[in-house]
Structures are given as C-alpha cells and as structure tokens.
Ligand binder design. Structure first.
Ligand SMILES: Cc1cc2nc3c(=O)[nH]c(=O)nc-3n(C[C@H](O)[C@H](O)[C@H](O)COP(=O)(O)O)c2cc1C
Length: 204
C-alpha cells in the first residue's frame, strides 16, 4: 500500500498532523498528536475531564493493582499554578495556555515497601488511554517529562513511593501563531517515526 502523505493543514484554528503510517490505523490513533499551541481561552468541563480520567482508570494493569494516581488542576486554580511552576523553562513557555495540567504518578511500592515492578508501565498505559479519549472529546494532550520531580513532590506532599512521572497539558488546539517562531515551526513540522523494520527485531 502506498504510504499516505503527512497532512499539516490548518483551517481557522484547527491544525491536523496525521500520521504517515504504512497501514491504515483507527481514526483516533491516526489523528492524535501533541500540540504546544493551546487556546488560552478554552476551558474543559467536568464531564470531559472525568471522561479522560475514566479512560485512565479503565486501562489494564499488572494483576489489576492499578498503581496510578493523578493530580488534576484546571487553568486558573491554585493546583494548576503549583504544577505549572514546576515545569522546566521550555515547557513553561507554552503549557500555561492549557485548559488543565495532570500529574501522572506511579505508585512504585506498597505502603509496606513491596516494589510494584510494572507501576510505570501501567501508568503509561493509562495516559495512552487518556490521550485517545481526549481526542474523542475534541481535546489534545501533550505529555511532558520536563519538570522538577522533587519540587512537585514537595508541593503536594507526596510520599517517596508516589513518583511523579509526567505532566500532561490538556486543551483545545489553537493557531500555531500563539507560539514563538521556533516553537511554531516545530508545531507544523512533519511528524516522524523510526521505520517498522527498525523497531520490530523479529517478525516471522
Ligand atoms: C514521557 C514523555 C515525555 C515527554 N516530554 C516532553 C517535554 O518535556 N516537552 C515537550 O515539549 N514534549 C514532550 N513530550 C512529547 C514528545 O516529544 C512527543 O510525544 C513526540 O515528539 C511525538 O510527537 P506526537 O505525540 O505529536 O506524535 C514527551 C512525551 C512523552 C511520552
């Protein structure tokens, strides 16, 4: 099958950057991407936010232990400000426009100190589900690893066994012109991936 071309088109404030996949994917996977240009006026209502968190809640986990916790702050709240203040500089330059920030936390050990070996894997699956649900709700998610882990942990009084792994910005896509020139260029660049024959080590 011929590979489809990357679409980076924009009509009014809607930028789509579909995959250049070699096989057809379900629409939500085809269309999901991680913007930095969020609409600073857009808000997220309770039902939409809960739909995202439900998607995270229903993701699979090893032995169904569900070692994932979340801190959720909507723009304009103290929680949002506390999360945002612990993002690294580059992320702070754009994530403040998001409608919500969500800290994804892995419970890496039980209260008795037993290690939960798959905690981060399980957490990642829940954020993947959340991102797909967000797209179905007309929202976008941009995950970030660039934040001060210890500062964020202190700000919310998290015990050592709760490890903040990512912060996700969630919101409505805006025109890339809300970003500075360099970030706007990245926003519209083709999305790329390693080829299948590089990531699949064995296929018989
Ligand atoms: C664990 C993780 C950490 C990331 N950290 C950052 C970050 O700190 N800042 C940022 O702008 N993007 C970050 N990203 C976004 C990735 O750069 C992005 O997902 C990747 O380039 C693929 O683009 P796409 O999601 O549009 O397909 C992160 C993504 C993941 C999954």
């Amino acid at each position: 099958m011929p590979s489809r071309h990357v679409r980076a088109t924009m009509s009014t404030a809607t930028l789509t950057r579909n995959t250049d996949s070699s096989q057809p994917l379900v629409d939500l996977l085809e269309e999901r991407w991680s913007p930095r240009a969020f609409d600073p006026e857009a808000t997220i209502d309770d039902d939409a936010l809960d739909a995202l968190l439900e998607a995270a809640r229903w993701a699979p986990s090893a032995a169904n232990l569900q070692p994932r916790r979340f801190i959720v702050g909507r723009r304009g709240t103290e929680t949002f400000r506390a999360i945002e203040s612990h993002l690294v500089g580059f992320n702070r330059a754009w994530a403040f426009r998001a409608s919500a920030l969500i800290v994804a936390i892995a419970e890496v050990a039980t209260a008795d100190g037993d290690a939960r070996r798959w905690a981060e894997y399980d957490l990642g699956q829940s954020i993947a589900a959340l991102a797909v649900q967000a797209h179905a709700e007309g929202l976008h998610v941009h995950q970030m690893g660039g934040f001060e882990v210890d500062g964020l942990r202190d700000a919310f009084g998290l015990p050592d066994r709760f490890v903040p792994v990512t912060v996700s910005a969630i919101g409505t896509v805006a025109d890339p012109s809300v970003l500075d020139e360099q970030a706007a260029a990245r926003e519209t660049a083709p999305r790329t991936r390693l080829p299948l024959d590089e990531i699949v080590l064995v296929k018989e």
